[in-house]
Design a binder for this molecule. Structure first.
Ligand SMILES: [Zn+2]
Length: 219
């Protein structure tokens, strides 16, 4: 009986719950049933923007959409943890397939930031907390002082596709630092038209950084 008690106690501590349906039939981030509903992408770059490789873990569909929307719009700050874990699983695949070897000495994590007013309204900057959680898993430091959003734009999802580039133009400012030898790993939740990432990448490139790669949860 004591053994059973300890086993259920350990289950409680260590057993992972599926981040979508909440069932505890798994030790993974997604249970088998939910894992079947996501579309995993390859560890090779899905696309390039200004020669920067964009790596996305999943197709932006059903289950993944639900996870990201919960995290982003429903004030589910804790959803950053499974999101970061999913991104980290994908990141390992990217490193293996592309023969990347990043560590704290040669890489730095940054993210596409929200405008301070938007952060205040939401209560958190979702990409920052995603990056912080991701940083704990990959052991690479983050620095959010490098890129700031200086224009409080209309959210891109509310803007027509042909207006997105105009909407986001000059929205970010780079505060360059002495990180010339570092690879910048830029994190964003979702890439759709790529206008936001284009704007950030073009600005970052003005400061001739060694290498930039982009990691997103979905595309
Ligand atoms: Zn599930």
């Amino acid at each position: 009986m004591l053994k059973a008690f300890f086993e259920s106690f350990l289950d409680l501590i260590y057993k992972q719950k599926c981040c979508v349906c909440g069932c505890s039939k798994t030790n993974e981030i997604l249970c088998k049933n939910c894992a079947k509903t996501v579309h995993n992408l390859s560890g090779y770059a899905q696309r390039k923007i200004e020669d920067v490789c964009i790596f996305s873990a999943f197709k932006y569909e059903e289950t993944i959409k639900k996870i990201i929307r919960n995290f982003k719009f429903n004030r589910r700050k804790s959803a950053a943890i499974p999101c970061a874990a999913l991104l980290f699983e994908y990141y390992k695949k990217v490193c293996k397939q592309n023969d990347f070897h990043f560590d704290n000495l040669n890489a730095i994590l940054v993210c596409v930031p929200s405008h301070p007013l938007r952060t205040m309204k939401r209560g958190y900057c979702h990409n920052e907390i995603l990056t912080k959680e991701f940083s704990k898993l990959c052991n690479i430091d983050y620095d959010f002082s490098l890129i700031k959003k200086v224009k409080n734009t209309v959210p891109q999802y509310k803007v027509r596709a042909n207006q997105k580039a105009k909407n986001i133009k000059d929205a970010f400012k780079i505060f360059p630092k002495n990180i010339n030898n570092k690879t910048i790993i830029l994190i964003d939740d979702v890439i759709t038209t790529g206008s936001t990432l284009y704007e950030v990448i073009v600005n970052l490139k003005k400061y001739s950084y060694n290498k930039i790669i982009v990691l997103t949860l979905a595309c």
